[in-house]
Design a protein around this ligand. Structure first.
Ligand code: OSB
Ligand code: MG
Length: 369
């Protein structure tokens, strides 16, 4: 396939409810949508970046720069194109995984449409629907958190994840555990603790949690190993696992017992599959993380989570948990058994809603390839 153009859309979508993590509070989701055109087809990809460098170092601004000034020029004049070839072409660009992964997603969408294959089938997915949970931001008080958690359970979510930070950890988690004694529950600190301050999390070890996600530094593996040795509860790494190599380090060091896989963070779906394979071969459970994606990124996450090693529920909630209006025509709905259906149509299997795209676009840039 000869690539024709790459269009970048800086999007800003209102969230139905603000989302607060240890690194900040947002009431809009920003990201970059990519439209990759070739032979009359358009593949869409989502760069799951945020406005601020709070989750990792990438931002809308850095991803825009890397896409425009480095990735797009490497794609100019590209002929017959596939995913391994794409990764080889961009291998000289260090880091910037969220930017690269957005283009890889668009390429998968294009190839799937071209070959009439769904992303699930291309990646080796085995499930028609995947088990999901809901990620709940920090609320005004533990009482408010219990109320919100109850609302999500009423909607049918079978697994809760609550965000924690110093001062909003043990009390919040304990209140939720008391209110919902047999609910599957996990916490996510987004790197808010040091090895020393993480001692305050010891009481969490008696709350029958599925896992404690990324308590320490976003670039750390070793101190998580030291912390894991003091906890019965599995530590799960998110931010720290930026490549299959880092996943191998974590497993060899016994820094965690579970890994959260986000295709964006690791540089693309192909690398996410490689981490899945490594973990599956080593008996380490994985689950699919989320970044408040639009319908495009959500479709991609569902396809990824249909692989056999994704045995824990993903952070892939229904569309109405995030957006009153999304940029895809399809909306994802929660089934009564806390699952969401994996798209079956070719590529990502979702279609653009041009009206909402226009309404939520801040800036647009079309690059000829
Ligand atoms: O750490 O998993 C995280 C959202 C933005 C940045 C980081 C994270 C999250 C979430 C949201 O937890 C999960 C979702 O998309 O529902
Ligand atoms: Mg996380």
């Amino acid at each position: 396939m000869k690539l024709d153009s790459l269009t970048l859309f800086h999007l800003r979508l209102p969230l139905v409810t603000p989302f607060e993590t240890s690194f900040g509070r947002i009431d809009h989701k920003e990201c970059i949508l990519l439209a990759l055109r070739a032979e009359g087809l358009t593949g869409y990809g989502e760069c799951a970046v945020e406005h601020d460098p709070g989750y990792n170092y990438e931002t809308i601004g850095t991803a825009w720069h890397i896409l425009k000034d480095f990735i797009a020029p490497l794609l100019v004049g590209q002929g017959l194109f596939n995913v391994p070839e794409f990764q080889t072409i961009v291998a000289g660009i260090r880091g910037h995984h969220l930017a690269k992964a957005g283009v890889e997603m668009a390429l998968w969408d294009l190839l799937g449409q071209h070959d009439g294959k769904s992303l699930k089938d291309m990646l080796g997915g085995v499930r028609e629907k995947v088990e999901v949970g809901v990620s709940i931001g920090i609320q005004d008080s533990p009482d408010a958190l219990v109320r919100v958690a109850g609302q999500y359970l009423d909607q049918g979510y079978g697994r809760l994840k609550i965000k924690i930070k110093p001062g909003r950890d043990v009390e919040d988690t304990t209140q939720v555990r008391i209110a919902f004694s047999d609910t599957r529950l996990q916490v996510d600190a987004n790197s808010a603790y040091t090895l020393e301050t993480a001692r305050r999390l010891e009481p969490l070890d008696d709350l029958d949690l599925l896992l404690i996600e990324q308590p320490l530094y976003e670039d750390d593996i070793w101190d998580h190993r030291l912390l894991q040795a003091t906890f019965k509860t599995p530590i799960c790494l998110d931010e720290s696992i930026i490549s299959p190599r880092h996943a191998r380090y974590a497993l060899e060091m016994e820094a965690c017992k579970i890994i959260n896989i986000k295709a964006g963070r690791v540089g693309g779906l192909s690398l996410a599959v490689a981490i899945h394979d490594l973990c599956t071969n080593n008996g380490i459970p994985v689950w699919c993380g989320g970044m408040l994606e639009t319908g495009f990124g959500r479709a991609s996450n569902l396809a990824l989570a249909s692989l056999p090693g994704f045995i824990l529920p993903g952070d892939i909630s229904a569309s109405d948990r995030y957006f009153a209006q999304d940029i895809t025509q399809e909306r994802f709905i929660l089934n009564p058994d806390s699952t969401i259906d994996v798209p079956t149509r070719p590529g990502l299997g979702v279609t653009l809603d041009p009206k909402t795209l226009t309404a939520f676009t801040v800036t647009k840039l079309e690059l000829q390839l």
